[in-house]
Write a protein that binds this ligand. Structure first.
Ligand code: ZN
Ligand code: ZN
Length: 327
């Protein structure tokens, strides 16, 4: 099979012929139809997440067709369309797993980080962590649901029942979450890089009541804020924009240093928290909901061999929505 391989962090991915993967006991073998390009992939390729398997096939927003099954596989039949998310395996035994918080598992393995992912023509994945995908979206449209959508959804849930919701960084996760939030009757306030009128127009086109630069003060105090851009300076900015009692959720896996800020920004029972990974329960809630609304994913497609270009375009903010590789 052809795959885009990370040989060492900081270097571009290399188009490589690899032996076809063989499914283990609990694995399905999947022909990859689409794989989303997530900001986490950028953090892995750039070496900001420091312990990837090497060499590595990145990619954890996989949509494909089951074409092979290990001996213990029961959940997915040959020909089924499945999605593979970031959470690839959990131990089931640690305190977090036993408490229903498998997203925090001490020994979790992540797709496209600890095990090879979807920047390839074929991949294998543990059937217990794959999801049947609802009818409706194309493979290309569904791919970003597997991480941007799921993590965004978890971030939204952890923000509580806020009516006025700020979203900092209006990329793949934000554009999915905004549609869910608006469907729930919330008001979305979108914050982008200074002068990024394309992203601001994009947010308004999806129904945001206000869009502006992240340094701006929104016209109303926010009841909660989600931060998807990996920029620590947004943390005090978001706290400053929120009302008393608000929750600010950091939805990314990596963020630049958060500057020191005065306690008065946190005072008033504001809550600052992160979101780490996802649970399978999140996916079981989110995927049918996204199909019912239906969430329209804005994607830009790249052939597999142009994965480096997709990553560069993501780094530079050259597109709205989500990049998706079509192997
Ligand atoms: Zn565990
Ligand atoms: Zn991701």
């Amino acid at each position: 099979m052809r795959a885009m391989v990370l040989e060492r962090p900081g270097a571009p991915l290399v188009l490589t012929e690899l032996p076809d993967p063989k499914p283990g006991e609990h694995d399905v073998l999947i022909r990859v139809h689409a794989c989303g390009v997530c900001r986490t992939d950028l953090h892995i390729v750039d070496g900001e997440l420091t312990r990837p398997k090497l060499p590595l096939v990145p990619g954890h927003e996989i949509v494909g067709e089951v074409i092979g099954r290990g001996p213990a596989v029961q959940r997915h039949a040959l020909g089924d369309r499945v999605g593979v998310p970031w959470l690839g395996w959990t131990c089931g035994e640690c305190r977090y797993c036993r408490e229903g918080r498998e997203n925090l598992c001490d020994r979790a393995r992540f797709t496209g980080y600890d095990v090879d992912g979807g920047y390839a023509e074929l991949t294998v994945a543990d059937q217990r962590y794959c999801f049947a995908l609802p009818a409706g979206p194309t493979d290309q449209a569904a791919a970003p649901w597997l991480c941007a959508g799921l993590i965004g959804y978890r971030s939204l849930r952890l923000a509580g029942p806020a009516r006025r919701l700020g979203i900092y960084g209006f990329g793949a996760a934000a554009h999915v979450v905004a549609q869910i939030a608006i469907d729930e009757g919330r008001e979305v306030y979108a914050f982008t890089r200074e002068g990024d009128s394309v992203a601001q127009d994009f947010a308004r086109s999806l129904g945001a009541v206000w869009a502006g630069a992240s340094s701006q003060t929104p016209p109303q105090e926010l009841d909660a804020a989600l931060i998807f851009a990996p920029t620590g300076v947004l943390v005090p900015a978001a706290l400053r924009a929120t009302c008393k009692g608000a929750t600010v959720v950091c939805g990314g896996i990596h963020m630049s240093q958060i500057p020191a800020f005065g306690y008065e920004l946190l005072w008033g029972e504001r809550v600052l928290r992160s979101v780490a990974n996802l649970t399978r329960a999140d996916a079981i809630e989110f995927l049918p909901l996204a199909a019912r609304i239906p969430v329209a994913t804005h994607t830009i497609a790249y052939p597999l061999a142009r994965a480096n270009e997709a990553l560069d375009d993501l780094r530079a903010g050259r597109f709205s929505g989500a990049a998706v590789l079509l192997p």
